[in-house]
Design a protein. Structure first.
Length: 440
């Protein structure tokens, strides 16, 4: 998602064309432009807050669970217009920069933004502490002491501010201390600024996302950005020898897909009248939930999914014997404009008349609001594991399912939903990506 604050009318443009360097000279030229256009505002940071292993902080748990609630509300609205295409988004990549912007939101609109983020009644200090604790868990800071440390998840935040205004130091310091976000000055009137921001996106996602924007409006004064990159292997990898070619029943007709096989005992499995569901665990924690609707309507399932139902799927799962047939799949979204969706969720930062960011971002006395919100996301799932990335430049539960008396078979040969999550100390499984596979 891309978030821009503007002093005058501003329209943010996006593009799907990738920036591809023809040769090493071009790559060097792009990197030179990054170095010349960007200037990091140097500040000293403090460490992320380490949660206690023995207890959860009540306010941090509320914020984390609210972030998951936001994830499914955002996904539900976006999935309404999916049609027959596959879909992916990273709700966390939207939630995190919006949470940071609470610090810069005028007081009369702050509670409205907190409510939209699922943090109603939480004060700003507790929100920042919760975000810091969440990032500590997600980026596995506690494991850095071990020689074999590996963090599959990279979360990068940046606040780009025009070189014709002065960013408030208090916001820049908070953004760095609690959100690990760097404040960077940039000349938005320069053509090189577009290449520099796109290069930042590419560098932050290992080249998976190479273009998020096509141009800046010259009146743009600031942009807040988040990039997420995830890559990890399965605890129990699929054998490529068992992958077979078969038919996938897509909404537009039958197509050929390559189905991976997993079968055996003690598999975590959930089933009710509407879905079958299984988590595929990653080596460093977290996993990818595969949720197969029995009626074949994956878009309808995601549009009605709630964090409460997702909790039910997790808590009421059992250990069972059976097999899963899952197609290899990869999805790359175009640059999605999220402004209208975020407005529908109650985010009050897009109003030009009230300019709710006026008092908290820059020293100059000019009206500031968000003029756009863009996200682009990618996921690749195969026998070895999952790689996913996103750049954001801003249903009901029933009774516990019965234990199957016979081995289950979960054949994902029709549209299904996926939820990629990782563990946090306070909130349990934190939703990072959601999506629909209509065509593997």
């Amino acid at each position: 998602m891309f978030l821009a604050g503007c002093a005058n009318d501003s329209v943010l443009s996006s593009g799907n064309e990738s920036i591809e360097s023809a040769d090493k000279a071009d790559e060097a030229a792009v990197q030179d432009s990054v170095n010349s256009v960007f200037k990091i505002i140097e500040l000293s940071s403090k460490d992320l807050i380490e949660p206690s292993l023995n207890e959860q902080q009540v306010s941090a748990k509320t914020v984390a669970r609210g972030a998951n609630d936001f994830a499914f509300r955002l996904s539900a609205l976006l999935s309404e217009n999916v049609g027959t295409e596959s879909f992916i988004c990273s709700p966390y990549s939207v939630w995190l920069p919006l949470a940071a912007l609470v610090n810069a939101t005028d007081s009369q609109y702050r509670e409205e933004l907190l409510t939209a983020l699922g943090a109603a009644g939480i004060n700003v200090a507790d929100l920042n502490n919760a975000a810091s604790r969440m990032l500590y868990s997600l980026t596995k800071q506690r494991d850095r002491q071990y020689e074999a440390y590996h963090d599959p998840l990279r979360i990068v935040n940046a606040f780009f501010v025009g070189n014709n205004v002065t960013l408030r130091r208090e916001f820049a310091q908070t953004f760095l201390d609690y959100y690990c976000g760097r404040a960077i000055t940039v000349d938005f009137t320069s053509n090189e600024a577009v290449h520099a921001v796109n290069q930042w996106a590419s560098d932050s996602t290992e080249g998976l996302i190479t273009e998020i924007i096509r141009e800046f409006d010259p009146d743009t004064i600031a942009a807040i950005a988040n990039a997420i990159y995830f890559s990890d292997r399965w605890v129990w990898e699929f054998s490529e020898e068992n992958t077979t070619e078969d038919t996938f029943h897509s909404p537009t007709g039958d197509i050929t897909a390559f189905f991976m096989l997993r079968e055996g005992n003690n598999q975590v499995y959930y089933e009710d009248d509407n879905v079958q569901a299984m988590p595929l665990r990653f080596k460093t924690g977290g996993g990818l939930y595969i949720i197969l609707p029995k009626d074949g309507d994956a878009a309808g399932l995601l549009s009605s999914m709630t964090s409460k139902y997702f909790d039910t799927i997790q808590s009421d799962s059992i250990l069972a014997t059976g097999k899963l047939l899952l197609p290899r799949f990869s999805i790359e979204s175009g640059a999605m404009e999220l402004s209208d969706t975020l407005k529908a969720l109650g985010v009050p930062l897009f109003d030009e008349l009230t300019a709710p960011l006026t008092g908290g971002l820059v020293e100059e006395s000019i009206p500031v609001w968000l003029s756009g919100a863009i996200q682009k996301a990618v996921i690749i799932v195969d026998e070895k594991g999952t790689t996913a990335a996103a750049v954001t430049i801003l249903p009901a539960p029933g009774a516990a399912p019965p234990t199957p008396t016979e081995p289950f078979e979960m054949n994902c040969n029709s549209p299904f939903v996926f939820v990629l999550y990782d563990r946090t100390n306070d909130g349990g499984n934190q939703v990072l990506f959601t999506g629909i596979v209509n065509r593997p």
